[in-house]
Design a protein around this ligand. Structure first.
Ligand code: ZN
Length: 191
């Protein structure tokens, strides 16, 4: 187990498509160590998720976990989830304006449109195939992490330029309204 360096925007690995993992290797020591490193690094940085390419591993894999998170106090909780070779499909056209930050984009945040109803298919850390429907705010976290695997970072999707700001400016000028926007969503969708 190790806390790894988190690559920053501009690193070529963050801008490239990550490659599939051979599902027969999921139980190998190497892949299990990558999973542990992702979890350790995410928790150390108080991230809500981290993808393998953010810590230098060019494969299609990410982890997510949301407990009491000081970076995102309004996010609904999500248990630790290990995702390998994911596929996402959109189940409706309903979208939500999600304000996002990223461990690879230091001190910046911005609004991104995300789908609210998605279906996900992936392999877990035991190599078992999982399918799940995810709705509400948690769907935004899935899409943020999935984007990393295709070399897309949240600033590439920010359309409302006035929303792109530092964490301090978000706290000072946007967080109160945004927390209400999220609260309304979570009370409607339950997640
Ligand atoms: Zn990110």
């Amino acid at each position: 187990m190790a806390i790894r360096e988190i690559l920053q925007i501009g690193h070529p690995l963050l801008a490239s498509r990550a490659s599939e993992i051979d599902i027969n290797s999921i139980q190998s020591k190497e892949v299990q160590a990558w999973i542990e490193d992702m979890i350790d690094t995410m928790r150390d940085a108080n991230g809500a998720g981290i993808s393998a390419n953010q810590i230098g591993i060019p494969h299609r894999m990410f982890v997510m976990e949301i407990a009491d998170n000081p970076r995102y106090p309004y996010k609904p909780k999500m248990p630790l989830t290990v995702v390998i070779n994911p596929e996402i499909s959109f189940l409706s056209d309903k979208t939500f304006t999600s304000n996002e930050g990223c461990l690879s984009v230091p001190n910046m945040r911005g609004n991104v449109e995300r789908h609210l109803e998605i279906s996900v298919a992936y392999y877990d850390e035991k190599g078992l195939h999982q399918t799940q429907q995810v709705s509400g705010y948690s769907a935004c976290t899935w899409q943020h992490e999935y984007d990393h695997l295709d070399g897309i970072l949240f600033p590439h999707r920010v359309a409302e330029r006035e929303s792109f700001c530092s964490w301090d400016s978000f706290k000072n000028y946007q967080e109160a309204n945004y927390a209400k926007h999220v609260e309304a969503l979570v009370s409607k969708w339950g997640s």
